[in-house]
Design a protein around this ligand. Structure first.
Ligand code: ARG
Length: 275
């Protein structure tokens, strides 16, 4: 990767406080229903993440949390927006289905162009957008949650090429646990989370990617949010922080241990609005 100066761009995000966060069902290998969640600690950590983003100059909208939707804190799953169009989510598991309704209401209230999905897809959990790579492409994961049919649907809704990538490791069940955009054209990913063919596709599209290893992915180091310069990652992902620093970015670590109990970290808790 060419080490020119990494410039930040102001972003708009959507977050939802973990007021009702618990682990009462297990829909990914990280969730253990026998270990109690410290909701107060989760809220404190979430607040620090939000302040970190606003202190960097970004706008953070807040979605009202709803009782009975313990995973709502993972706001990245609620939709995927590109160039002012919002492609809505449709959750695989019934426990999370109602979250899509709350997200849709948020976008409709602000009168954004909203496309209702027919196919299962978990928003930014499985979709990433690189505005300056190959003229603007969407990367999309499938294998655990989002269906390949939703990739085609997203391409029609958004008018951008969608590249389908197959996830093969249940520990990394959403694309955003295995790959992240570092800026408008560069990505970082853990190759082992993808099928051999999808690894070849990634290597062809992003020959200069920052490659992460399994330990980075297990520390949720790829579940990061970047503004093009500052890369927000959790405190466990120290090695990943050093990798992005070596590539010219500035790692900013936040403590997010409670959210890991639900199988998520920084990126899962932050949806980027491209409106
Ligand atoms: N417990 C949630 C689930 O399994 C975690 C979602 C994590 N979000 C993400 N964007 N990876 O659905």
């Amino acid at each position: 990767m060419n080490h020119t100066e990494r410039l930040p761009r102001n972003r708009t995000y959507l977050m939802c406080p973990p007021q009702h966060f618990t682990v009462e069902y297990a829909i990914n290998p990280w969730m253990d229903t026998t270990v109690a969640v410290d909701t107060t600690l989760a809220l404190t950590q979430w607040e620090q993440l939000r302040t970190t983003l606003t202190d960097l100059g970004h706008v953070v909208h807040v979605l009202d949390p709803e009782p009975g939707l313990p995973d709502m804190v993972y706001s990245a799953n609620g939709a995927f927006s590109v160039d002012g169009t919002v492609y809505g989510a449709r959750f695989l598991y019934p426990q999370r289905a109602a979250e899509a309704i709350a997200h849709r209401a948020f976008y409709l209230a602000a009168e954004h162009r909203f496309v209702e999905p027919e196919h299962v897809n978990e928003g930014e959990g499985d979709f990433a957008y690189l505005p300056a790579a190959h003229g603007g492409i969407v990367l999309a994961g499938y294998g655990f949650r989002t269906s390949p049919a939703a990739h085609a649907e997203a391409q029609e809704a958004l008018g951008r090429p969608v590249v389908s990538l197959k996830l093969v490791d249940p520990a990394f069940y959403h694309l955003d646990t295995a790959l992240a955009a570092l800026d408008d054209r560069h990505v970082t990913y853990y190759p082992g989370a993808f099928s051999p063919a999808s690894q070849r596709v990634l290597a062809q599209l992003f020959p200069d990617a920052v490659l992460a290893d399994r330990a980075d992915a297990e520390a949720f180091g790829l579940n990061l949010v970047s503004d093009g310069r500052h890369v927000i990652l959790n405190t466990e992902a120290i090695a990943m922080g050093e990798k992005v620093r070596a590539a010219g970015y500035l790692p900013v670590h936040v403590e997010l241990s409670e959210l890991k109990r639900g199988g998520g970290s920084v990126k899962c808790a932050v949806a980027e609005l491209r409106l």
